[in-house]
Ligand binder design. Structure first.
Ligand code: ARG
Length: 256
């Protein structure tokens, strides 16, 4: 009887160790989490397809690929564009990818990865507007922008312009459509995508793309290790063709 008990106890201990062992194994396999902040009204970089809560777009695929390359599980968090830098600095997110242009001002607040896409601002007006032919014609006019963007900065530099800063790009575009403003200033590839997706029924661009802006992935100021890891992953994806694959999927041909 005693022997049986000892046997059962030994068995339990063995099973217990096995279970603990498995648990331990699971823990090891548990991936590190990369908390990614974005503002998803910026197609084709980050957006949600109608009726879907999933985040899609060039930036979203790129950061998922970077995360995978680095061995992280990627979690996307939706916030206001102007909330991204504060969220990084409060350590509520680890990285921000949001078509964010690398600017001298922002470089004071956060650390950027190497540039991953070259963009620039453009002016969009209603199709029936024959008066505004470029940004020079926006003096004293009403301009809609997304809050905290380089587009907002540009709009505020136009003499006597009345600038309405919206939380989302969607609202800025609707304001133009409703003729609440004369123009929208936003990133050229985003305006191009909007027009191609049906916006061209009512709107058009005027003038040419303003000075080039490079997009970077932002991390908390001084988190050089994470920035270096991201750069390494980005370089790897460029080398192995994954970056080109994602680029082609969203922009057609590969920019050389
Ligand atoms: N490139 C512009 C900027 O950095 C606009 C970015 C807006 N991004 C977004 N996900 N809404 O200010």
């Amino acid at each position: 009887m005693k022997k049986v008990l000892v046997f059962i106890m030994a068995l339990c201990a063995a099973v217990g160790m096995l279970v603990a062992g498995c648990g331990g194994g699971e823990k090891k396999a548990e991936q590190k989490l990369l908390r990614v902040g974005t503002e998803p009204t910026f197609a084709p970089f980050e957006f949600q397809k109608e009726g879907s809560s999933e985040y899609t777009g060039f930036d979203m695929e790129l950061i998922r690929a970077i995360g995978k390359q680095m061995g992280y599980k990627v979690e996307i968090l939706n916030m206001g564009f102007d909330a991204l830098i504060p969220a990084l600095n409060a350590a509520n997110i680890d990285v921000a990818i949001a078509g964010m242009s690398i600017t001298e001002d922002r470089k004071k607040a956060v650390t950027f990865s190497e540039p991953y896409y070259t963009s620039g601002l453009i002016v969009m007006v209603n199709k029936d507007n024959n008066e505004v032919k470029s940004i020079d014609d926006l003096k004293g006019k009403k301009i809609a922008v997304q809050i905290g963007t380089t587009g907002e900065g540009k709009a505020r530099s136009v003499a006597d312009a009345k600038v309405s800063a919206f939380n989302t790009n969607t609202e800025a575009a609707i304001e133009l459509k409703n003729k609440g403003v004369d123009a929208v200033i936003n990133d050229s590839p985003v305006v191009g995508y909007y027009l191609a997706q049906g916006g061209a029924k009512d709107a058009k661009t005027v003038g040419s793309v303003m000075e080039a802006e490079d997009y970077g992935i932002a991390v908390k100021k001084g988190n050089d290790k994470l920035a270096a890891d991201i750069n390494k992953a980005l370089a790897e994806l460029k080398k192995n063709g994954e970056y080109d694959k994602i680029y082609k999927a969203w922009f057609g041909e590969v920019k050389k």
